[in-house]
Design a protein around this ligand. Structure first.
Ligand SMILES: Nc1ncnc2c1ncn2[C@@H]1O[C@H](COP(=O)(O)OP(=O)(O)OP(=O)(O)O)[C@@H](O)[C@H]1O
Ligand SMILES: [Mg+2]
Length: 259
């Protein structure tokens, strides 16, 4: 099967002339439709840069990014705008419009795409139902908890019916219980609507809880990848071992049931 996201020799160098930083070094990656794909690695490894290349928010220095069979760099601006409606993103700090209420936030991408008011309203109500916030349409972000704000951001990200949802540290600002609830919601969205989800995180527990596959990024390279079970059961590189052992240590610490 053709992967839904594919990168070949993807390389990104920031400030090539003045102060070059090689954030991505020849990344070959394939993500299949319906995967929940975890991207894990230490701070500065290149995770955000990699995922921002999946919708060309970041322009590769060399190499290719192919999404749903389209090589993104070959698209016209108009084609790229269209392609981007299929690739949504959520972030650690939610990025909601604070002066707008929940409904206006969720409808924003619909208005941009010239969807009629009544239709946008109906879609918004449907989305609020999915994320469990039907009673909050008129609330403002400042009146919501962190978990509720992330639910609004998820609803907004789903408004245009994307095939792909990119999550950059989407649960990092949340407490463990709220994190679990948001992860369950993402899993439900993946199962019900077949949306492919890419999750950047530095927490192995997040990967363990919902991912099907995981790639470990270190210094701009993928050092190991596979199904979550493969990586947990037989990590091969030191980087992978470090993440897996860290998790076991944590489990021992929390419940004494690590082994
Ligand atoms: N706009 C930029 N200009 C210059 N260097 C950058 C820029 N953005 C990122 N970098 C550098 O590229 C490298 C990879 O950064 P990136 O943000 O992708 O890492 P990350 O894995 O997402 O880290 P974190 O877990 O802290 O979010 C880092 O060395 C970073 O300093
Ligand atoms: Mg990052």
């Amino acid at each position: 099967m053709e992967p839904i996201i594919k990168t070949e020799a993807l390389t990104k160098v920031y400030n090539p002339k003045t102060n070059p930083v090689k954030a991505l070094d020849s990344i070959d990656l394939e993500i299949q439709k319906g995967d929940i794909y975890g991207i894990i690695g230490l701070s500065g490894a290149g995770k955000s840069t990699l995922v921002r290349c999946f919708n060309l928010l970041e322009k590769p220095t060399s190499g290719t990014v192919t999404v749903r069979g389209q090589e993104l760099q070959s698209l016209t601006p108009r084609e790229l705008r269209r392609a981007r409606t299929q690739i949504s993103m959520i972030f650690q700090h939610f990025n909601l419009l604070m002066q707008k209420n929940v409904e206006q936030n969720i409808c924003f991408p619909l208005y941009i795409n010239k969807v009629k008011k009544a239709e946008a309203h109906a879609r918004c109500m449907e989305l609020l139902e999915i994320v469990g916030l039907s009673d909050k349409a008129k609330a403002y972000p400042s009146q919501l908890s962190g978990g509720q704000r992330q639910r609004v951001a998820i609803a907004r990200a789903l408004a245009t019916n994307p095939e792909i949802l990119l999550c950059d540290e989407a649960t990092s600002a949340l407490d463990p219980q709220t994190t679990s609830q948001i992860l369950s919601l993402l899993k439900e969205i993946n199962e019900r609507y077949g949306i492919t989800i890419v999750i950047i995180t530095h927490e192995m527990a997040v990967v363990r809880e919902i991912c099907s596959h995981v790639a470990i990024v270190d210094k701009g390279r993928i050092v190991e990848r596979g199904t979550v079970d493969e990586i947990f059961d037989s990590p091969k590189t030191d980087e992978a071992k470090r993440f897996v052992l860290y998790r076991e240590k944590n489990m021992n610490f929390e419940g004494g049931q690590g082994i």
